[in-house]
Design a protein around this ligand. Sequence first.
Ligand code: SF4
Ligand code: SF4
Length: 346
Amino acid sequence: MSEYIVKENALVDFFKSLASGRRLLTPQGLGDKCKLEETPPDKVNLDFSNTHMSPKSLLFPQTEALMAFHNDASKPQAFVYQSLGDKGEPLAVFGIRPCDAKGLSIANKVFQNDRFTDNYWKGKIDQAVLVGLACDNPSPQCFCAAMGGSPFGEAGLDVLAFRQGKDLGLKPLTPKGEELVKASGAQTANLADAIKGLEAEAVKSQGVPPDYKGIDNADLMALFNDPHWLATAENCLNCGVCTFFCPTCHCFDIQDETSEKGGVRMRNWDTCMSWLFTVHGTGHNPRPSKTERVRQRFMHKLKYIPLKQDGVRGCTGCGRCVAMCPVNIDIRSVALKMTQTAASQA
Ligand code: SF4
Ligand code: SF4
């Protein structure tokens, strides 16, 4: 697929094309007010760092009604079920950062795989076209390169957009993305070398990435049984903020809200940081203390997900958990401890 360019004076028409027949969502607001909002084509802002929350809630809302049920008067003891849930709508989402798009691609393999399809997720993602905006100036909290990504990463996106001075470069990545770009009237251009140069500069600005490869090859049980988990967990409040902000975390709980005549089945975000998350019906809890719960979070991101997803880590380096943790627990420090454990076992 070729690259395309949209000149500065054609940007509004480009965004009008994106909004044609769809809702256009783009990042609006500054700092911790920055969020994806419906945007008029002449109000798109290209100068933002990243959205405060990750875009996962577009496809996996914090709270979602899955189905309703009520008594069937003609059949005592029987329930009638009615599927609910947001089945999605045509959406163009512009400005997703590559770390967050990679997060969606990791979650996508959980919600859609060869054994299982979550129709609530599928209905939304199938109708969405995801246009990323490369980070030409990553913020200090970003470490995507250390986690195997790039400020110009392509995973999870239909189109990667990037700043070319005051113009906008476009690289379609899927047939859906190519259709969108062609329909916008953008001009073809050979920008492959420009992308390489811009990407190299952006990666360089993150410094030399630490090498966590030792974790990939380390014995799983050696990492699991390492005594450092006790100290790593000591300060954790188990507040769950890190997981709710994370673009790859996807755990949920299902509860029925019932009345005398029926009810609604709800799906809500949940977190492995919560004591209640793993309590069995018997009262037994396989993760009874903070140590097991904190270990689960980091082992899941840095060992279990890579084992299931061809080496792709479950952390994309977006930096949200580092910025938001009230007690400054930093996944980069934990990854280094795990790397040291791996080295000591080699
Ligand atoms: S945000 Fe920090 S304190 Fe809260 S659960 Fe996560 S690691 Fe623990
Ligand atoms: S673990 Fe933290 S840095 Fe990594 S993707 Fe999740 S929120 Fe971002």
